[in-house]
Design a protein around this ligand. Sequence first.
Ligand code: ACO
Length: 463
Amino acid sequence: MGNTQPTPPGPPSGELRATGTLEIKDSRTDKNYSVQIVQGGVEGDTAIRAMDLRQIKTQPDEFGLMTYDPAFMNTASTKSAITFIDGDKGILRYRGYPIEQLAEKATFLEVAWLLRHGELPTQDEYNNWVHEITYHTYVHENIKTFLQGFRYDAHPMSMLCSAVAAMSSFYPEAKNIHDPEARNISIVRLLAKLPTLAAFCYRHVKGLPFIYPDNDLSYTENFLSMVARMSEPKYEANPVFVKALEVLFILHADHEQNCSTNAVRAVGSSHVDPFSAIAAGVAALYGPLHGGANEQVLRMINEIGHPKNVPGFIDEVKGGKGSRLMGFGHRVYKSYDPRARIVKKLADEVFAQVGMDKDLEIALKLEEAALNDEYFISRKLYPNVDFYTGLIYRSMAFPTDFFTVLFAVARTAGWLSQWEEMLNDKEQKIARPRQIYVGYGERPYKSTLTDKFPSAKKDALRK
Ligand code: ACO
């Protein structure tokens, strides 16, 4: 958020600058305090440093004033130069580049480089980057055995989360996070192997043999090959699907301090290896209020069943009886989600190729009903990126519970960039929020138990 001014030439300083002071009067003591107001770049938001409030106290030995902000509604946990969002204006940029331009013209690996390094790659940099990622796509054979231990109906996000965490045990040197070379190889490995792990999760659930990476193919083509190839010696992906996946990966690559990125940064702040930190991101993404929403949109549409049921469903949502309208609303976007606009156009292109999705009519009717309803208008609830992605993925024959896995593959690029930015930020320490204790005061221990070590065996003997 912030005011839109022309970007000055040259790279941004990455530092916060003082723009004024906030005068505070504490009514408990009648004391006045002056607190500095800081701002990021030209479009950066303003804030005060929460630690500056600690000087405000009624007694010298008091802890000092904190801020109380459940769910981080108004707290900046970091400064960041990676992604800019203006939620009121519906703007999303990676490193200054509008998402619309990147989605139209860039490749996913170009965007992954940009997110990490801050600048678009030169041709040589790009060639090396693509080469490195392509040649790290294979996973250790034991990963296959590990995945085979999952039940046939395991959720692929649960498998992916475990597999990413397990990779930490294959690369013990990844814990040398302060060594730039060790960090680089971990980043390359994670970006390269996530599609392989994701595809293996898919094949396991389907009971199909695992397909090894084909290093002649592009990132997205290879992914589609590992998912869909059967007996053909060379997989040839549908170019419309390849383009759609490339765009969807770019749209999902980063989104500043969202729930899963915050999880990666928080876990990474303990200086654990990046495989463990990224596994935390996958776990956070799995939830239905975050990345899991694309799966829930399709389940919701299935439940509605027919366009004629849409008004009744909307009434249930408004009455708080049913679930929320999945794929609607966003913590940050309060006008529209710019990614949703691109996805809707993309959906038209994919449906033109594969035919109209039977549930699209329900989705369109839902969107129309919600956009014209006072409940949604007054709460500024608009379609988010997940509203249409599920429909596209399904028309590409991906099963519903695989949608969030696709999101995770793409978001790995953002998680890794944010993780490395966090490590290089001198102001960051282990993430450890405060709390306001509202429980009992001190009281003496007095047990009400008569048997301190009950066991199932003892219970059986008693009977
Ligand atoms: N359907 C119906 N009502 C909603 C919805 C929705 N999708 N989203 C919010 N509301 C209502 C709430 O009930 C609340 O109403 P109230 O003021 O009468 O109590 C009001 O709008 C504000 O909602 P909050 O929960 O305070 O908004 P918050 O910013 O915390 O939540 C969120 C954002 C989690 C995305 C929410 O809009 C939601 O649950 N949406 C559905 C799930 C979804 O699509 N998630 C994907 C987000 S995008 C992503 O993560 C990639």
